[in-house]
Design a protein around this ligand. Sequence first.
Ligand code: B12
Length: 370
Amino acid sequence: MDNVMREAGKLASIPVDVALEYEDRKDIMMEDVNHHLTSHPDIGVLLGQNPLAVMYDNHRNHAMFMVNVFKLNAFELLAKTLVWVYRSYHARGFSYDYFSLELNAWLQAAEKHLTPSAAKAVGEIYQWMLDSHKDMVVLSQVPADPFAALNPAFEDKRRLFLAALLRGDSRECLRQGSESATSKKSVEDFYLQVVQPSLYAVGTLWETGDISVAQEHLASALVARVMAAVVSPLLELITPPRGGAVITAAPNEHHELGAWMVADFFRMDGWDVHYLGSNTPEADLLKFLSDVKPFLVCVSVAMSFNLEKAQQLIASMKADPALKDIRVLIGGYFFQSVPDLWKITGADGWAIDAAAAVKTARDWWTRDQR
Ligand code: B12
């Protein structure tokens, strides 16, 4: 993976006007790609007998994702995501040959529908993806271990909690929560050593086709119940000696548990927390920030296609004299695997998890109080 990431890091930047041209022409290019693949004589085998709608959906996501990649020149993110695409679609029956055919079809569509200079710039990225095909096949077969590099003392708890989530056993999840989360320190460990890795494991199982979206929904709903029923009551009595913190998922972002966990860590650290949950629209968030005037805002992004939304939000804040001094901390799952990606969002800082988020915020706060 290191090699592929290095090569991705060397790809030539895409000029802004080329990224905008790709965005403008993406639908017509997608029609060509859909047509090209639908008329392939072996399409049934290529898609592993999945309905065509699944492929169309993939092409729509691909176009949206590539707009982000080109606008942000986020080629390491592209490399990581390509491995994920190969793994998750192959697990659902797509053949590896489908990916080469699809990427070739995008290359041809770019040549047909973009101006020659834009087609050349974009074409170089597609050609790199095509050249990386064999690496992608190999890398996507390397099994991910979401429990690696964690404190072994919590190994049993993790396995039991994950098993209960997968069985949909709410009683057992609540029982484990009540037993594990009894004080500030134990909540921190329960969140970071048990709940978060269990959810990552749920994601990996979905990615490899071992569980359905319904089971993923069930698991996240159970976690939300445990957090609300067991942890929240422990946090209510902490008086805020520090500043205000608005914590939200980015516009269009539907993953909320990471932001929620961050919010709970801030509560335990004595901040005056306003937790807004998922998918807060930009205009409403800006208005809320100017009403509340917090010391900082935490923005959570889990899906790469929401990166640009977060970037726009932060740009709007920085352009507004009333909001420009509010510190912006950004985080979320995929920032963990692409070093420095957070910098393209324009945020003031990034943190890998809820504990690190609080530490960064506290450093900023302490420095400002001097
Ligand atoms: C639960 C879940 C869902 C739930 C979310 C429910 C909810 N109420 O939040 C639902 C079902 C809605 C969902 C939907 C989808 N999901 Co989903 N989901 C997950 C899952 C399994 C867990 C997410 C989670 O809660 N993690 C636990 C939290 C605690 O971890 P965290 O978010 O990383 O947060 C920590 C840090 O990142 C950090 N942090 C987070 N935010 C912030 C903010 C700041 C400021 C800071 C400093 C730090 C910080 O601190 C947190 C605590 O330590 C992940 C797997 C994963 N690896 O995370 C997939 C995952 C994120 N989903 C994925 C996908 C593909 C999807 C879907 C497209 C399809 C699907 N699987 O259903 C849709 C997209 C929906 C959409 N339009 O946005 C992929 C994304 C892959 C990629 N390449 O981008 C993942 C990684 C699964 C996988 N392995 O393939 N999902």
